[in-house]
Structures are given as structure tokens and as C-alpha cells.
Design a protein. Sequence first.
Length: 329
Amino acid sequence: MALYADLHRHLGGALHPRIIYKFLQRHDHPVLGYFPDYDGFYNWFTRPCRTLEEFVKIHTLVEELQSFEHLPYFCLRLCRGAYTFENLQYLELRYNPYFRTDKSLSQAKRIGQMKAIVEVISANLRPAEYPITVKQIICLDRRLPPHINDAILKVAKDNLGPVVGIDLAGPEINPGEFDEWVKMMGKARAAGLKTTCHLGETGIENVHEKYFLVLDRIGHGIHIPLLKPEMLKELARKQITLEVCPTSYRQTGVLKDLSDLRTVFDRCRKAGVAIAVCTDNPGRNPTPCTLPGEYERLIDHDVIDFAELKRIQNEAFRSAFGFVGTTRS
Ligand SMILES: [Zn+2]
């Protein structure tokens, strides 16, 4: 049995909708007023959105459910599902700790609670029965003020080990602020963290060459080969890997068809830019959306062929932030 690595998966989008629905039932959650049966919830939860902003709104609901006391419940289920149904040997899970703090607390108290959030996640991503290695990437967010993002970076640094990297997430707003983010990423690197940013997912406006000085990988970045292929040379020189999440682009309205990814893969292949295929928010995609399913869909749409598949699967291990050891296959 081949075993795989997934480098781009959000905690808020990692869970099968049935797990979320059962959780809502268990807690008699008011949202069930809109969804008396599972099918209605499923259709709403997995429907394609017109924009990334619309997609992120549903994500926010799940983040609020994943509060301190409920994180063990969600962490166990996502580890066992990833190991059992997707054959994952290694997973990098990303999340924003601030969005999982108690909203009824003051901002200062919420910042203080982030430490406990990261610790409870670290403690619950190692289930004894499922030998999957899960490392964490902590997300900064373009919608949050600088002092909260600074505090998020600090909690990441303080948990180096279980936390292996930092990411910049949230809708692609305020492209002019790139200098601030480049500085943050530089600080993260100096502290021993690896770096990735959600860039070039919905357009090219946010992609600035200065990012290439401080990034190890780019979350998506598909608009670089699509709209600014001349930048690929620099990505290859810096050995920056693109994390490409095929089904996600259909769900967020970025691409109409997976065959649109042919240009992305062709141009990266020619320029020598590595791609790791990832899932982003598999729970939000129509079932079954698994990492092996993403590989199959890329072959189905003639984006890659079988000969390239093994190389792409190996690339995920090679570009991982915290993988040590050998791949099992
Ligand atoms: Zn993402």
C-alpha cells in the first residue's frame, strides 16, 4: 500500500460533513433549525461557491465549533480518517489559533488563550491507534490587526516542534501590504519556522517578488504560471514549491474545469518548479474528496500521467516542513 503526504489542509475544512453534522446534533446546535436533515446540510456545506469570500464564510462557522473543549473530538476524527481512508503517512494541518478562542472573552484574554489552543491540538494529533505524523502550520490572517498577528507568530515560535511552519491566510485583500507580510515571514524564518503564504490563488495582484525571498512554499500560486510565467524562473532558483489543490479551485469559483490546470503543470514542469498536490478543505468538497482522489482526477483530466504521479507524490515528502524518516510504500 502506498502512503501519501498532504501539505495543505485546513483544520476548519478537514472534516467530513457527517462528522460536523453529528457534532451539531450532539450539542443541539441552533444551526440545525435550518437543516433538519443531513442531506440539506451536506448540500449547503459542499456546494460550489462563486467567490473565495463566500467560501470562507462557511469556514468561519466550523472554526467557531472547534473551541478548546471540542478540539480533541475533531482532532481524533480527522487523524483516523486521514490514515484509514486516504492512506496518509504525513499531514501538515493548518489553522488560526485566534479564531478558536472563546469569542465572549476580551481580546487580551483571547490572545492569552491561544497557547492552550495550540497545546490541546498538539496533544490530540497523536492517536495511538493511527500511526500518522501530523505537524502544524499556524495561520496569520489578512483580516486581523498587526498586534494579533504578532501574537500568533509568537505562539507558533513558542511551540516549535509540533508547529513547523507559518502561513498567511484569509481572503486575498490589501495587496499593498506585502512589505509587512514579508517582514513577518522573515521573522518566522529567523526563529526556525518554515514559511508558506496563500498567494496567487484568485488572481495575481497579491503576488510580489519580495515574497520569494522569504518563502519555502506558496499556497496555490496557480496564477503565477497562468498569468506571470516569467516569474517561474525565480521560483525554480529559490526551490519554492507550489501547493496545488485541484478540487478546491472549482469549489471557490477560481477555475471552471480541472483541465485548466494543464497549463499550470506544463509551465511548472518546463521551468523546473516543484508542485505538491494537496487537498485544502476536503470536507467542503463533494464526497469523496481524498488526496488519492485528487491524484486520480488529475490523471482523468490529462493534467498529469501515471509516469509523473510517483514523482509528484514524492515531491510532497521532499517539500514537507517537518517530515523526518523514510516514506513507506
Ligand atoms: Zn488553503
